[in-house]
Design a protein around this ligand. Sequence first.
Ligand code: F1P
Length: 340
Amino acid sequence: EILSQPQAWASALDVLKASQADIRRFQPGEYAQILFTGCGSTYYLALSAAALTQELTGAPARAFPASELWLNPDIVYTGGKTLLVAVSRSGETSETLHACRAFLDQKRGDLITLSCYPQTPLAGMGTLNLVLPSGQEQSVAQTRAFSTLYLGTMALACEWSGRADLLDALTRLPEAGAQVLENSAGLAGELGQDASLDRFYWLGSGTRYGLACELSLKMKEMSLSHSEPFHFLEFRHGPKSMITDSAVVIGLRSARNGQAEGAVLDDMLALGGRVVDLAFADAPLFPEKATYRLTLPAPLSEAIRNILYLPVGQRIAFERALSKGLNPDRPTHLDTVVKL
Ligand code: F1P
């Protein structure tokens, strides 16, 4: 499922292209806020999707777990009309369904759903229901479905931004994804098999924060390892006290803020931790002496290429699970769908 992501992205892009006119019917300027929601992985997806939507359209966009929409609507809704984008691989997660039903009953605004399988309860609830063909995932842990659904929210943000260059860049992602999968095999194997590591910290800022959260969750689910995500510079404000020589800090570094983010990694090296620098070729080279480094080719703009961090991190988690003798597809205590 991790390796077949580029093919799934290509099929999803066909569906999204066919839905262009339907997507453009929703205009961000008509809403007081755009709200993204989901549970677990799809909540983390919502975090990145909201950040990207606001970055590209300028419209206020936020993300909440579906349980908050359902149980604590007063912290979520404003007086104005909301455009709710609900994301779920299964289309059956109870909290997401409860949140959407309440949203519709209370007439809070318009609903777009994004899911992977037709004929699920969620796929019939929205004004627009986008079903992206990511293929039935056998693994409980989302990988291909996650990145395909994230691509769906990227397409919404790009359509609403009206930027043809970004829409064109989306079509180049399957090829870029295949290249990243090829380039990252060595690093994932080396890091995943390093038995001297006992904790993982994933750092990402801006649109990359939700992706850092998701990759941290993958490490927990698949390999039952201690793993936490943070906004990049937040790591200095307390979490760094956990740095030892068995801790590794994995930075999803940007080009725009690469120097400031690289300085955090440099500090963690100085404290005796280990550091993985994941960055695109146009980011400043910093810190110069990372423990591990993967430099990705940078032909695409920053807003679009961030999705390429996903296969790299998923693979690291997968390799660690295998090296611990665990089945990465069957995380302890987890079910594919949480039904309340
Ligand atoms: C959401 C989710 C998954 C998680 C687990 C339980 O599912 O929290 O992210 O890996 O399988 O459910 P969905 O609503 O996206 O199907």
